[in-house]
Design a protein around this ligand. Structure first.
Ligand code: ZN
Length: 86
């Protein structure tokens, strides 16, 4: 499968990992049930500005379905910030 290229290669604790180890640590993917995964696969290939039907849980700006599923309900800005801070 395709890898989320824009994803910073760090764990949630901020430890930097090589790409394979990052995925081996398995955050998003392994925590999904098959059903979730089917839903998320749909938004995975969507653009960041498609289906802007959601709000960032941090700053409340409009976010896309992609961000909802793949960026923890955060806009790109808040998501980056969260990743930086941890
Ligand atoms: Zn935000």
């Amino acid at each position: 499968m395709l890898v989320i290229i824009k994803m910073p290669q760090t764990t949630l604790t901020g430890k930097e990992l090589p790409e394979e180890e990052f995925w081996a640590e398995g955050s998003f993917i392994e925590s999904c049930s098959n059903e979730d995964w089917e839903l998320k696969k749909r938004t995975f290939h969507m653009k960041h500005n498609e289906e802007m039907n959601y709000n960032c849980k941090q700053c409340n700006v409009k976010i896309s379905a992609h961000n909802k599923d793949w960026h923890a309900n955060l806009c790109d800005k808040c998501f980056d910030k969260m990743v930086d801070e941890k």
